[in-house]
Design a protein around this ligand. Structure first.
Ligand SMILES: Nc1ncnc2c1ncn2[C@@H]1O[C@H](COP(=O)(O)OP(=O)(O)OP(=O)(O)O)[C@@H](O)[C@H]1O
Ligand SMILES: [Mg+2]
Length: 369
């Protein structure tokens, strides 16, 4: 039986199950492959050549792990081990290198083969999606910075000017022993407060480039702003010694805290927020804990981008983000960034152990640190 496109036959239906599998395997626009127990590619489909430039001959007996970006090799090896151990792993993300050096971001579904030792893997190219996500986040950061600077240079300056005029008026009225003097003094105090609030708000929006040393100050300003503008106590507890941070990590940690705190204000009905920035056992831990109503299932229904953008930022710096109920109530958001994340992700040892049995595959495991 043939499919027709106009008068041209475009597809001939396979006659056996094997042939059906063959055509599905080959025709998939995703990267599809079979990996043997030693981690080598046994078979790849045509998309590997179309997307990455590797021919089937290039890839024959190459280790799957070796095609990953060097920083992703340990995690890739671990994902293979997990798939072999639990039969299936979905949503594992890594970067693959093409023949000409191009890099694709892939999301993998990995499944242990039910018929013989080995793993089947299907990888979806999400390079474009991830680029778009990153550009959206960068555009939002730039926009926040722009609003912060405009607020600082515009509204803050004119409020400060009005405050000075009001202070002069209050002094004159006080000199004349005018009963309106008290009202003018009160007005001046309120204006001073507003100038301070607006400045803090502007600074909070314009922390475009948080540095490792300014991160505690940026978070302190965030906590002070929140406490001043909302009926909630917000405090920062932080370690003095925060080793290993760089500007990119510091900026993303700050934005994660900012988003988590905004969520508390918007949704939690909390009376207390504690932001913690600590260094423990080689990891920088940033947490935002509230004593509000908790998330329940609502986070799953929400169409917002806050949680997704926190997750994305964490992924960008190689950190892990956890959102969970706090004890005894409320929500706890924690981002854990391993200081040696970059070096820890070095390629795993190249030697592979032979499988101890035909049914228990062994993949190269990353060295534990
Ligand atoms: N600290 C919190 N306490 C209670 N509920 C929360 C908290 N943080 C988030 N949520 C719930 O999780 C949902 C998803 O949050 P998310 O930040 O992704 O979206 P949003 O805040 O609704 O919208 P956006 O962030 O895009 O403005 C929220 O709508 C809210 O129901
Ligand atoms: Mg939100």
């Amino acid at each position: 039986m043939s499919g027709q496109c106009g008068s041209n036959p475009v597809w001939t239906a396979p006659t056996s199950d094997d042939a059906r599998f063959e055509s599905l395997f080959e025709l998939s626009s995703d990267l599809t492959c079979l990996i043997d127990v030693s981690g080598q590619l046994e078979r790849v489909n045509m998309s590997w050549e179309a997307r990455l430039g590797w021919t089937k001959a290039d890839l024959s007996r190459r280790r799957f792990v070796d095609l990953a970006h060097p920083d992703d090799r340990a995690a890739t090896a671990a994902a293979l081990c997990d798939a072999a151990a639990v039969a299936e792993t979905r949503g594992f993300e890594n970067r693959l290198r093409g023949k000409d050096g191009t890099e694709l971001r892939m999301i993998w579904s990995l499944a242990a083969s039910p018929l013989r030792p080995g793993i089947g893997a299907i990888g979806r190219d999400v390079t474009g999606e991830r680029r778009l996500q990153r550009e959206l986040i960068e555009a939002a950061d730039r926009e926040k910075g722009r609003i912060g600077r405009e607020l600082h240079d515009g509204l803050c300056q004119s409020l400060a000017g009005i405050c000075t005029l009001s202070a002069t008026l209050a002094r004159k009225l006080a000199g004349r022993d005018d009963p309106a003097a008290a009202a003018a003094a009160e007005l001046t105090a309120l204006l001073k407060q507003s100038v301070g609030d607006a400045r803090n708000l502007a600074r909070g929006l314009d922390w475009a480039g948080v540095t490792p040393s300014s991160l505690p100050l940026a978070l302190e300003t965030l906590a002070a702003n929140i406490g001043a503008l909302h009926p909630v106590s917000c405090i920062l507890l932080h370690d003095r010694h925060l080793p290993g941070l760089d500007a990119q990590v510091a900026t993303h940690l700050y934005r994660i805290a900012q988003e988590a705190v905004s969520n508390v204000i918007a949704h939690a009905k909390a009376t207390r927020i504690i932001i913690r920035l600590r260094y423990r056992k080689g990891r920088i831990l940033l947490s935002v804990v509230d004593n509000g109503i908790g998330m329940g299932e609502r986070r799953l229904e929400a169409a917002g981008i806050g949680l997704r953008s926190m997750e994305y930022r964490a992924r960008l710096i190689g950190a892990a983000l956890m959102v969970e109920p706090a004890s005894p109530r409320g929500t706890r958001v924690e981002c854990a960034w391993a200081v040696d994340a970059r070096t820890r992700n070095a390629a795993p040892a190249a030697t592979l152990s032979p499988p101890p049995s035909a049914t228990r595959p062994v993949y190269p495991r990353p060295a534990q640190t």
